[in-house]
Write a protein that binds this ligand. Structure first.
Ligand code: XMP
Length: 326
């Protein structure tokens, strides 16, 4: 019979056959796909896999710790965390345009990951070993969409820093190529990955950077992170996680409105809740969350998050709205 336990064994065998005594590199994003792919490869080749996690500072509360601590504890993966928070903030300074933000975040990610890859490959070389495999969490739907091709990848040098070796060339290891998302989650459960990782809802690559309407600053990130953590905690407490496709929490950083708290006037920012129901993110409807859950979220955010004095609910379907605000 075909079970997820069989899938694990089968994939571990395949990875061993492909990589042999070689070494591999994997970029962890915090998402379920790269985590499950890395855990499978770790099971197959152990410490001959090195994972890299670029901490861009745009993750939600607890997510970086989940990777650094929980994921590593469960899998034993050899992980290098690159703290690039300052670099990303610097690159994003003064930028409000959504597409511009996406471009900058994508570009900085490639820069940081490329340097980390060069370091890892260089370290292997020093030990007389070659690292030429790159693990990717490509799923079956991605394979179909792209016409089934691939097999190799180049990390191209995007910056003209002297002394860099030629483009890094890798053979791809894609242990999830035959699986759908729900199967990937089951494999993740099989491998003992943290629940919160296995059941993580979709979260955009540019992270909180595209959930701050306006310029991204450290202070704004801190505000949004606090509000978002409250929303996620309350949705989990109400056991609504698996009913909702995802719930972006957005900070309208350039908007202020008047409020009152204690005996003082406030002039703070609004937070937008964007809970949506969807099958594939192509279309979506706004989720009719219970009023008591909304009330609890609103009370907690306005009480606990300084600078936020209003909580609003987005009741737009997609189309015409998109799921994210940027
Ligand atoms: P929209 O906002 O276009 O989002 O309705 C559809 C789905 O895609 C996610 N999303 C992104 N994912 N990089 C990503 O990796 C991005 O730049 C990005 N923008 C949107 C969004 O969270 C939703 O699941």
């Amino acid at each position: 019979t075909w079970t997820m336990a069989n899938v694990v064994d089968e994939q571990v065998e395949r990875i061993r056959a492909q990589v042999g005594g070689g070494r591999a590199l994997c970029a962890l994003s915090g998402g379920v796909d790269s985590a499950v792919a890395a855990a499978l490869v770790q099971r197959a080749i152990g410490d001959r896999l090195t994972c890299v996690y670029v901490d861009h500072g745009l993750m939600r509360e607890g997510e970086t710790e989940q990777i650094e601590r929980d994921f590593v504890a469960v899998t034993g993966v050899d992980l290098r965390v690159v703290d690039a928070r300052e670099q990303f903030l610097g690159a994003l300074a003064g930028v409000s345009d959504p597409e511009e933000k996406r471009k900058i975040i994508g570009r900085e990610f490639i820069r940081v990951f490329e340097q980390a890859a060069l370091d890892v490959v260089g370290d292997a070389k020093e030990h007389g070993e070659k690292l030429n495999f790159l693990v990717q969490g490509t799923l079956y739907p991605d394979v179909v969409e792209s016409g089934g091709g691939s097999g190799t990848a180049n990390i191209k040098s995007h910056h003209n820093v002297g002394g860099l070796p030629e483009d890094l060339q890798f053979t791809l290891v894609e242990p999830l190529r035959t699986l759908f998302k729900d199967e990937v989650r089951e494999v993740g459960v099989q491998l003992g990955l943290p629940e919160a990782m296995v059941w993580r809802q979709p979260f955009p690559g540019p992270g909180l950077g595209i959930r701050i309407v306006g310029e991204v600053t450290q202070e704004r990130l801190d505000i949004l992170r606090q509000a978002d953590a409250i929303v996620r905690a309350e949705l989990t407490a109400a056991t609504l996680d698996r009913e909702i496709w995802q719930c972006p929490v957005v900070l309208l950083a350039d908007v202020r409105s008047v409020g009152v708290q204690g005996d003082g006037r406030t002039y703070g920012h609004p937070i937008v809740l964007r809970p949506v129901s969807s099958e594939d993110a192509m279309t979506a409807d706004w989720t009719r969350l219970p009023y008591d859950v909304l009330a609890k979220i609103s009370t907690r955010i306005t009480n606990e998050v300084a600078e936020v004095n209003r909580v609003t609910l987005d009741v737009t379907s997609k189309p015409p709205g998109t799921i994210e605000w940027e």
